[in-house]
Design a protein around this ligand. Structure first.
Ligand code: PLP
Length: 392
C-alpha cells in the first residue's frame, strides 16, 4: 500500500513550474525571442567571481578525498564559524558555530524547524502573500497552516495576526524581503510584531517563535534596511539559503540558526537536528560548505537586478498596473486589472507572456512577475504588458 497523502503531494503539479516548462516548449515552436518568461525565481546573475574561484580552488588544489567527504551532521565547524562571524560583524550579535546547522537550502531548514515545533495540535501562522511551499512544508510536518490575510501595503497585518493567535500557535513565518511582493518589513513594524508576540506568548504560557525565512536578506535596493530579526525578537530562528544571495539554487546549501537568546535554544536546535535526521539528512553538501567557509562575506551584484526591477516597475505602473514598489528580492506582485490573477495569467499565457497567478501566494487578485530576468526580454515584453492592460 502507498501513503495517499504522499502520492497526492508527489503527483500534483506545481503550476509555476508548469508555466516555466510551457515556456521552454513554446520557445522551441515560436522562437525564444517571442516568449516572455517571468514565471520563476532563478537568479539571472551568475555566482560572484570569488565563489567560482573558491569552487575551482577546492577542486584543483585541495585533497579530493577531503573535499568530498562526509562532514559532521550540523556541518563543518569552520563554515559555521565563518557565517557566525559575518553576522556578528554586521549585526553586533554574539552567534557561535554551535548555533548553526547546515541544510540542503532554506527548504530543508524550514521543514526541520517546523517539524521540531510540531507538537500535537500545533499551528503555524503565515502572512499573505507567502511562498507557496510553506503550506506543504507545514501540513506534511505536523502543523496546521493558518493564513493571515494580507493588508494593502503588504506590511505586517498586525490585527489580523493577533486575531488568529490561539493557545496552539507555535510560530509565525516571517519572510522579508518577501517573495512574492518584494516588500521589506520595516524595523518599526517588526518591533510592533515583537511586542504583540511577547504579549501573546505570556498570555498563552509558551513562546511563539518567529521563523525568519531569509533567502533574500542581501537582495535590497534604495538603501533599504533589512533588520536582523533576532536582535528585535529573541525567540527567532533564522532559516537562510545561498540559493539567491550567491546564485547557487541548484547546489542546495543553507542553514538554520537558533541563537542562544531563544527560549529553550539548545533543545530547539537539537529537535530541529533530529527532525533533519528523520528526513534523511546526513550532512549538507561538503564542497558547498567549504565554499561558504571561504565566501561567507561575499555579496551579490545587485546592479542588474535593480535595473530590471526599475524598468518593469516604471513601465507597468505607467501602463496603469497597480503595484507596491518592491525594495527587496527580485519579484513584483501586481494587481490584476480584471481583479483575478489566474484570469490575467491565462490571458498573458495566450500571448506567450508567463506570470505566476497570485492564488498560490494567498492573494488571488494578484500576479507575480519575477524581475530576475534578462533586460532585453523585458524590453521585448513591454508591448505585451501594455496590450494586456488595454484589453482588460
Ligand atoms: N523561502 C522563500 C521565500 C523562497 O522564495 C525560496 C525559494 O524560492 C525558498 C524559501 C527555498 O529556497 P531554497 O532554494 O534555499 O530551498
Amino acid at each position: 500500500m502507498i501513503n495517499p497523502e504522499m502520492l497526492k503531494l508527489g503527483t500534483e503539479r506545481c503550476y509555476i513550474r508548469e508555466l516555466a516548462e510551457y515556456g521552454a516548449q513554446q520557445a522551441k515552436i515560436v522562437g525564444r525571442e517571442h516568449v516572455y518568461d517571468f514565471s520563476i525565481g532563478n537568479p539571472s546573475v551568475p555566482a560572484p567571481q570569488a565563489v567560482k574561484e573558491a569552487f575551482l580552488h577546492l577542486i584543483d588544489e585541495v585533497d579530493a578525498l577531503a573535499v568530498h567527504s562526509y562532514t559532521a551532521a550540523p556541518g563543518m565547524v569552520e563554515a559555521r564559524a565563518a557565517v557566525a562571524e559575518d553576522l556578528n560583524r554586521r549585526y553586533g550579535t554574539d552567534l557561535r558555530a554551535e548555533n548553526f546547522f547546515f541544510t540542503y537550502g532554506a527548504s530543508a531548514a524550514l521543514t526541520a524547524v517546523i517539524r521540531a515545533l510540531a507538537v500535537p495540535g500545533a499551528e503555524l501562522l503565515a502572512m499573505a502573500p507567502y511562498f507557496p511551499e510553506y503550506r506543504p512544508f507545514a501540513e506534511n510536518n505536523g502543523m496546521k497552516f493558518v493564513v493571515v490575510p494580507a493588508e494593502e501595503t503588504f506590511q505586517i497585518p498586525l490585527q489580523a495576526l493577533e486575531e488568529r493567535i490561539t493557545p496552539h500557535t507555535q510560530a509565525v513565518l516571517v519572510n522579508s524581503p518577501n517573495n512574492p511582493s518584494g516588500v521589506v518589513y520595516s524595523r518599526s513594524s517588526l518591533e510592533s510584531l515583537a511586542g504583540l508576540l511577547e504579549k501573546k506568548s505570556r498570555e498563552i504560557g509558551h513562546p511563539i517563535y518567529i521563523i525568519a525565512d531569509e533567502p533574500y536578506r542581501e537582495l535590497v535596493y534604495d538603501g533599504t534596511e533589512v533588520p536582523f530579526i533576532p536582535t528585535i525578537y529573541p525567540n527567532t530562528v533564522v532559516c537562510y539559503s545561498y540559493s539567491k544571495s550567491l546564485s547557487l539554487p541548484g547546489e542546495r546549501i543553507g542553514y538554520f540558526c537558533v541563537p542562544d537568546q531563544a527560549q529553550d535554544s539548545r533543545e530547539l536546535w537539537d529537535a530541529a537536528a533530529g527532525a533533519a535526521r528523520a528526513m534523511g539528512h546526513i550532512c549538507a553538501p561538503s564542497l558547498q560548505q567549504r565554499v561558504v567557509a571561504l565566501c561567507a562575506g561575499c555579496r551579490p551584484d545587485l546592479e542588474s537586478y535593480d535595473r530590471s526591477r526599475m524598468a518593469l516597475y516604471t513601465a507597468l505602473t505607467a501602463y496603469g498596473y497597480e503595484c507596491i514598489k518592491p525594495t527587496g528580492a527580485f519579484y513584483m506582485f501586481v494587481k490584476a486589472p480584471e481583479g483575478d490573477g489566474r484570469a490575467f495569467s491565462d490571458r498573458a499565457k495566450a500571448k506567450n507572456l508567463l506570470v505566476a497567478p497570485g492564488e498560490d501566494f494567498g492573494c488571488p487578485a494578484y500576479f507575480r512577475v519575477s524581475t530576475c530576468v534578462d533586460t532585453d526580454m523585458i524590453r521585448r515584453s513591454l508591448p505585451v504588458f501594455r496590450a494586456l492592460m488595454d484589453e482588460a
